[in-house]
Design a protein around this ligand. Structure first.
Ligand code: ADP
Ligand code: MG
Ligand code: MG
Length: 252
């Protein structure tokens, strides 16, 4: 049973105009098996929250805490966070020239689990995960994200998640740029992972569309660097109808 606890988290970034505070006191708890939708307008700090938890060096944590099963996540290196079971599917996955998907996945799996996966079962696991995500097997020999379409990049993120088997997954706008078919395939992948491993999910999104496929247990409205309101799935329906206006007014 994993539990990720974020308490009063503040984070800054260096900009040409000086130090800017982006996270302004985030409180959030995610337990194994729970899906939390984080919804908010562009620029509210959703990706910064994802990066802060994953350990991106650009963001400085100025106060607050993040713990996983009581262990201090902020003290861990990026690698240690991954080994502890935290996974981040990035909003803008990066290209890794010269590294094939197949090599990348095997290296990542080895790093996260501490030993190289047994070749026979591994090859089978990769094939069946790719098959479930409706990815052509030739994909495995292409370089990571090089020339991938938006949908292919997002499928590749979910493929990593399926193979690395994290306990907490942060999915940063995994739905953006997907057509309806790709959205369904990716969502089904997430739902399978939920069933298989009792995954705790932080589902960052801008739109309610993905919530038709991945049912959230909790919805958090994220505005101006913190959670402005939280509720159940009905809150997403209200956002769909009313937009973020009300919350933006409140944040001023
Ligand atoms: P969201 O994901 O909700 O759209 P972000 O976390 O990407 O929001 O960004 C929040 C705010 O922080 C934005 O105003 C953005 O321009 C700023 N910001 C984020 N990262 C950086 C950075 N590396 N350098 C400068 N400003 C940044
Ligand atoms: Mg954005
Ligand atoms: Mg973002």
């Amino acid at each position: 049973m994993s539990i990720l606890e974020i308490r009063d988290l503040h984070a800054t970034v260096e900009t040409p105009e000086g130090t800017k505070e982006i996270l302004k006191g985030v409180d959030l708890t995610i337990k194994a098996g729970e899906t939390h939708a984080i919804m908010g307008p562009n620029g509210s700090g959703k990706s910064t929250l994802a990066y802060a938890i994953a350990g991106h060096p650009k963001y400085e944590i100025t106060s607050g805490s993040v713990t996983l099963d009581g262990q201090d996540v902020l003290e861990m290196s990026v690698d240690e966070r991954a080994r502890a079971g935290i996974f981040l599917a990035m909003q803008y996955p990066v290209e890794v020239p010269g590294v094939s998907v197949s090599n990348f996945l095997r290296t990542a799996k080895t790093a996260v689990s501490g030993e190289a996966p047994a070749l026979r079962t591994w090859v089978k696991d990769v094939r069946s995960a790719m098959d479930e995500l409706k990815m052509d097997p030739v994909f495995a020999e292409r370089n990571v994200n090089e020339g991938f379409s938006g949908g292919e990049k997002k499928r590749h993120e979910i493929l990593q998640m399926e193979l690395l088997k994290p306990s907490i997954a942060i999915l940063d706008e995994t739905d953006s740029g997907l057509d309806v078919d790709a959205l369904r395939v990716v969502s089904e992948g997430v739902n399978r992972a939920k069933e298989r491993t009792d995954l705790g999910i932080m589902l960052i999104t801008h739109y309610t569309r993905i919530l038709n496929y991945i049912k959230p247990d909790f919805v958090h409205v994220f505005v101006n660097g913190k959670v402005a309101e939280q509720g159940g799935p009905e809150l997403a329906e209200r956002l769909e109808a009313e937009g973020y206006e009300r919350f933006l007014e409140g944040a001023k």
